[in-house]
Design a binder for this molecule. Structure first.
Ligand code: ATP
Ligand code: MG
Length: 204
């Protein structure tokens, strides 16, 4: 399993989709897993109910709790479908993202402990890639995407939280153009995947 994590707008979805396709092109069965927590969807639901955003509908802790449950289900589904097909899972977000969300939204210690326990059974990826993009760059990307909006304060808090939460991630500079970032991601992932294939084949 390979996981891509990083702040909103850092390019996780762009790179995870490309990585899964590149692995398949290299002859490795790979499955893209979108492990969303439903924040964007819940924001749309809230606006339907005449609220400004999902927090005003569900409350800060309510939204974090629902997000944690939805992400747990999404990760479980991604893992099961990769396992059933014998594929390498390419995860667009993974467990650290939920801990970062709780920290950046000041969800408190109880929620952090509960989520840590609930997410503990999920396996460690062979490699976690942190797409390193400064919050100001990510902010402009999200604005340009035009599907949602992120406060720069939240992106700053999220960036700081990733630095705290991640201990064993490989940092990849995500500021280049998508092709350059894809090459940098590939340079990290391919040796790990090749090693895994050799182990599977009993060659090492
Ligand atoms: N390397 C890049 N350079 C410039 N723009 C990029 C790059 N990578 C992605 N983008 C664009 O930036 C926007 C955000 O990218 P993307 O949706 O992949 O980020 P994300 O990390 O998945 O965001 P989110 O956390 O909100 O899902 C998209 O409009 C995408 O086309
Ligand atoms: Mg995305």
């Amino acid at each position: 399993m390979v996981a891509l994590v990083g702040i909103d707008g850092s390019g996780k979805t762009t790179q995870a989709v490309r990585l899964a396709a590149a692995l398949c092109a290299a002859g490795v069965t790979a499955r893209y897993g979108r492990n969303a927590g439903g924040r964007r969807f819940l924001g749309r639901v809230a606006r339907r109910f005449g609220r400004e955003d999902a927090v005003s509908l569900l409350g800060r802790r309510g939204l974090l709790t629902i997000e944690a449950v939805l992400r747990w289900l999404a990760i479980a589904r991604s893992l099961v479908s990769a396992r059933l097909t014998g594929a390498t899972a390419v995860m667009d977000r993974y467990t650290p993202c939920q801990l970062v969300s709780i920290r950046a939204h000041q969800g408190g210690n109880w929620l952090t402990r509960t989520v840590r326990a609930a997410y503990a059974p999920f396996p460690r990826p062979a490699v976690i890639i942190f797409l390193d993009v400064p919050p100001e760059v990510a902010y402009h990307r999200v604005e340009h995407r035009g599907e949602d909006h992120e406060d720069i304060e939240y992106l700053n808090a999220s960036y700081a939280a990733y630095k705290d939460v991640l201990s064993d991630a490989v940092h990849v500079d995500g500021t280049g153009d998508p092709d350059a970032v894809a090459r940098a991601v590939w340079a990290v992932v391919w040796p790990v995947v090749k090693r895994g294939l050799a182990v599977d084949a009993g060659l090492s």
